[in-house]
Design a protein around this ligand. Structure first.
Ligand SMILES: [Zn+2]
Length: 104
C-alpha cells in the first residue's frame, strides 16, 4: 500500500497519506487533514521506496527483472510508465528470463 509523507505549508504539520493503489494516489486530491489546505510538500523519507525518484530507464534488464519479481505494484507501474513498455510484454519477458535462469 503506497504511503506518502507530506508537510502542510499552511499549518506546518506533518501528515501521512495512504492509498490502496498507485492509481488511487494519482487520482486523489491531497489535502491536510488538520486544516484542509491542499498546499502540501512531499517529504522524502526513504529514497529507495520513492518511485518518483528511481530512474528505471537506466536499469539493466536484470535490475528491471528484480523490480518485476519484487512485485511492488507502485514500483512496477512506475517502471512501465518510465520505460513506456507494454506491461504484459514485460511480464512475459520476465517469465522467459526466469525460465532461462532455471528458477522454480
Ligand atoms: Zn494543514
Amino acid at each position: 500500500m503506497p504511503a506518502y509523507d507530506y508537510r502542510c505549508n499552511h499549518c506546518g504539520r506533518a501528515l501521512s497519506l495512504f492509498y490502496k493503489t498507485y492509481a488511487a494516489y494519482d487520482a486523489a486530491e491531497k489535502t491536510c487533514p488538520h486544516c484542509g489546505s491542499a498546499d502540501l510538500t512531499r517529504v522524502i523519507t526513504n529514497v529507495a521506496l520513492q518511485t518518483g525518484e528511481v530512474n528505471y530507464r537506466g536499469m539493466s534488464s536484470g535490475e528491471m527483472l528484480s523490480v518485476l519479481e519484487g512485485g511492488k505494484r507502485d514500483e512496477v507501474d512506475t517502471l512501465y510508465r518510465q520505460v513506456g513498455a507494454d506491461p504484459n510484454k514485460l511480464v512475459k519477458d520476465a517469465q522467459k528470463i526466469k525460465k532461462a535462469k532455471g528458477d522454480k
